[in-house]
Design a protein around this ligand. Structure first.
Ligand code: SAM
Ligand code: SF4
Length: 335
């Protein structure tokens, strides 16, 4: 990956634009109940998804504005055909220093050697329980063995694994400790995420397990959690536990404690720009791309959108037209 140093774009609150989360598809092979209804969401017709060529062009433009890190997400990234060659092309774009992805791990294991060869250093693996029956009930698919294959393949390849577990009242709170125990002997991060309301309308979100309660529960059972200094832009608060090789993390995704240093933007699978997870989309980049916009036009539109950014997720939520958060799915937004 190139070491060229791009100029950096700052938003209207003085935060740099450094990190792009790019949803390569809205399709998924699981049906996690906190993300989408059992019948799935209404997937976008293929022609409405950005093409790989369009995404490459956008990443190159954004690299010129300071983006250094790209995370592929979705939907499930590996559901889209030819993902790995696409990643390889992205990793060669000047200015992109870190390319990574978030995956549910079902289809990932066979691709791990190629990810390692490409220089992918860390992968976020979504895993809410180590119990096969509960996994099947949460994701509505009996795929835990294949996800664990991916987990061990990543470890064997020397790729850092960050496990993401959504904490759900009445579903997997008994799994927090078994997941946290993975950090005792393995050099992995296990991060617990507050459940957010983006679930495709399948249920009303409540938050009995917020970041404070999650931390208290972990400390009560594991002993002191020692905070690790955060870097600007971090969404997870990380902790070490005496005697553990890996780290624990808590992501206050619903309480939104981290907005002050947010350095990321999102591009949905249909080319919608989100400058905050909680906004409803601030720019239709696909329309620009397909309307013949020049690179300079796109830079101008991106710069303007980033310079009118909400201060935090609460402001972004207030600015939405009347429209409940739960009608959206993280699969469409790009989690
Ligand atoms: N399919 C991939 C996966 O599951 O890793 C990538 C996309 S998924 C939408 C990205 C992340 O969003 C996952 O870690 C998932 O747990 C998280 N997520 C989805 N819906 C959520 C919700 N309602 N609240 C909190 N996190 C959520
Ligand atoms: Fe699919 Fe990821 Fe949503 Fe689960 S969280 S349904 S794996 S997109």
């Amino acid at each position: 990956m190139s070491a060229a140093v791009p100029s950096v774009l700052f938003d209207n609150h003085g935060r740099p634009l450094e990190y792009l989360r790019l949803a390569v598809t809205d399709r998924c092979n699981l049906r996690c109940f906190y993300c989408m209804p059992e019948e799935g969401i209404q997937y976008l017709p293929k022609q409405e998804l950005l093409t790989y060529e369009e995404m490459e062009r956008l990443v190159a433009i954004m690299a010129g504005l300071g983006v250094r890190k790209v995370r592929l997400t979705g939907g499930e990234p590996f559901v889209r055909r030819d993902l790995v060659p696409f990643m390889s092309r992205l990793s060669a774009i000047s200015g992109i220093e870190e390319l990574t992805l978030t995956t549910n791990g079902v289809l990932t294991a066979p691709h791990v050697p190629e990810l390692a060869r490409m220089g992918v250093k860390a992968v976020n693996l979504s895993l809410d329980t180590l119990d096969r029956a509960r996994f099947a009930s949460i994701t509505r698919r009996d795929e835990l063995p294949r996800v664990l294959d991916t987990f061990y393949a990543l470890l064997a390849a020397g790729i850092r694994v960050k496990i993401n577990a959504v904490v759900m009242d009445g579903q997997n709170t008994q799994d927090l400790l078994p997941l946290a125990e993975l950090t005792r002997d393995l050099p992995v991060d296990v991060r617990f995420i507050e459940e957010m309301p983006f679930n495709g309308g399948s249920h009303a979100a409540t938050l009995p397990w917020n970041h404070t309660r999650i931390r208290e529960h972990l400390e009560l059972n594991l002993g002191t959690l020692t905070p690790v200094a955060t870097r600007p832009g971090d969404t997870a608060s990380h902790y070490t536990v005496a005697g553990h090789q890996g780290r624990l993390g808590i992501i206050a995704a619903y309480s939104r404690t981290f907005c002050g240093t947010c350095n990321r933007i999102r591009l949905t699978a249909e080319g919608g720009l989100k400058t905050c997870l909680y906004d409803q989309g601030v720019l239709d980049i696909r329309a620009l791309l397909r309307g013949g916009a020049s690179d300079a036009d796109i830079v101008a539109a991106l710069t303007s959108a980033f310079r009118h950014r909400a201060a935090n997720g609460f402001e972004a939520e207030r600015q939405r037209p009347l429209h409940q958060l739960s009608f959206e799915s993280m699969s469409t937004i790009g989690g």
